[in-house]
Design a protein around this ligand. Structure first.
Ligand code: 5GP
Length: 207
């Protein structure tokens, strides 16, 4: 954790489905100290996924109960399923001064911007829509109909990219990860987030 950070940094990362944001995030996790929020979803688990790690896979009544109890910070309905960010862990990490990454879609990003004006947002884009479609096909976890639905959503999501603070192209994985790391590192050094460092330094000099 950053000793000089007065409050945590909330980072929203969005990307069209299939853009490789999970790979980017895992790699980022190895190179930078971050907390990754685990979302709750009502969609079916994919073969390579683990419950409690990739998502909390829940049924609709449970999701709606969490929502009614105000335990979901933001949520959306995407491709026929609910996805939401559990509130408690995020708020605790932020209070502890940590960097928290939310991997969410554009509507959720808009809500988080409103709820947490100090948050920053990054939009990861594929090098082209053609590459995106290829990546979705390679994953082969969705039906043709689902792939087409995700491509339609992706096209409309791309229109929202300019609402984000930063845009990163995921062409070469290593470059995309380095770019995001650089963004987070410089944001952590913003004067507004390091208010207490000056008094800490002065205090140390005197003791
Ligand atoms: P997938 O089904 O491919 O895992 O996710 C579909 C979309 O839902 C992705 O764009 C993903 O970032 C987004 N998503 C995942 N969790 C959440 C969440 O908690 N809130 C919101 N708003 N979007 C989410």
């Amino acid at each position: 954790m950053f000793g000089n950070t007065q409050q945590g940094l909330l980072v929203v990362l969005s990307a069209p489905s299939g853009c490789g944001k999970d790979t980017v995030l895992s790699e980022l996790d190895n190179r930078l100290e971050i907390r990754r929020s685990v979302s709750m979803t009502t969609r079916a688990i994919r073969p390579q996924e683990t419950d409690g790690v990739d998502y909390y896979f829940v049924d609709e009544p449970y999701f709606l109960k969490m929502l009614a109890e105000d335990k979901i910070l933001e949520y959306t309905s995407y491709s026929g399923h609910y996805y939401g960010t559990p509130r408690q862990a995020v708020d605790e990490w932020l209070r502890a001064g940590e960097t928290v990454v939310l991997k969410i879609e554009v509507e959720g990003a808009e809500n988080v911007r409103r709820l947490y004006p100090d948050s920053i947002s990054i939009f990861l884009v594929p090098p082209s829509m053609h590459v995106l479609e290829e990546r979705l096909r390679k994953r082969s976890s969705e039906s043709e109909e689902e792939i087409q639905s995700r491509m339609t959503i992706a096209r409309s999501e791309m229109q929202h990219a300019t609402q984000y603070d930063y845009i990163v192209v995921n062409d070469r994985l290593d470059d995309a990860v380095s770019d995001i790391r650089a963004i987070i590192r410089s944001e952590r050094h913003k004067t507004s987030r390091c208010g207490n460092i000056i008094s800490e330094v002065i205090h140390h000099a005197e003791s």
